[in-house]
Ligand binder design. Structure first.
Ligand SMILES: O=C(O)CCC(=O)C(=O)O
Ligand SMILES: [Fe+2]
Length: 216
């Protein structure tokens, strides 16, 4: 399950954040690249602790869809990536363990308006082929960390994005998808019909599956 959630952060907040980001000193992205990824990583990054990262991470952590889809146990290496014109991040795998935290999900939160730069698509490969995203500012893409992926070269302008990884209480993508679907069905039933007997059954199954599978 790859989830595209729209408008997690409003455009006004993002405009203030971008102004602040322009004043920060970014480090070379190679600082956090593994030995293979360093062959293909050409970007810049701003790492935690930093108040901008703190603020954005708090918003993501509080978002109901992020919570329901990721069932987070821990967040790790949340940082701002910056790609100026000509920069890219070629095909790579993210490390399975970052400081002892297992990376079950990756996310990218778009911080730049999609029409303010050219190129810079995030491309994810699976056995059926490739899919690419140029996220609108404020949108987040949440995806299992199991795929080869890349960021295409930015050919004009600058692409800022918040990226990071999540260790989930539900290790398997299939478990997360089942719990997420059930959660969404439960919510829809409650919103449309109230606390019906069907809602209670969905809720019972959701909570019991979570209890059965969740590990921290
Ligand atoms: O900038 C992005 O959207 C993703 C970057 C990425 O793949 C990474 O930092 O490992
Ligand atoms: Fe990556």
């Amino acid at each position: 399950m790859i989830l595209h959630i729209q408008q997690v952060i409003d455009a006004g907040t993002l405009s203030v954040i971008r102004d602040k980001l322009q004043q920060q000193v970014f480090a070379n992205g190679l600082e956090t690249a593994g030995w293979a990824a360093e062959k293909v990583k050409q970007n810049q990054q701003l790492r935690a602790p930093h108040p901008i990262i703190e603020l954005l991470q708090q918003r993501l952590m509080a978002h109901p869809l992020v919570k329901a889809a990721a069932q987070p146990a821990q967040w790790v290496n949340v940082m701002v990536n910056r790609y100026d014109t000509g920069q890219h991040y070629g095909t790579h795998m993210d490390d399975a363990l970052m400081g002892g935290v297992r990376t079950d999900l990756s996310f990218t939160l778009g911080l730049s308006a999609a029409d303010s730069y050219q190129g810079g698509a995030l491309v994810i490969e699976d056995s059926s082929g490739e899919r690419s995203w140029r996220l609108e500012q404020g949108d987040v893409l949440l995806y299992p960390t199991q795929f080869l992926h890349r960021v295409e070269a930015v050919t004009e302008g600058t692409r800022f994005a918040l990226v990071g990884w999540i260790e989930s209480m539900l290790r398997e993508p299939q478990q997360r998808e089942m719990c997420f679907d059930l959660h969404q069905a439960m919510q829809a039933e409650f919103q449309q019909h109230g606390k019906t007997a069907q809602y209670d059954l969905l809720s019972k199954t959701y909570q019991n599956l979570l209890r059965r599978w969740a590990k921290r």
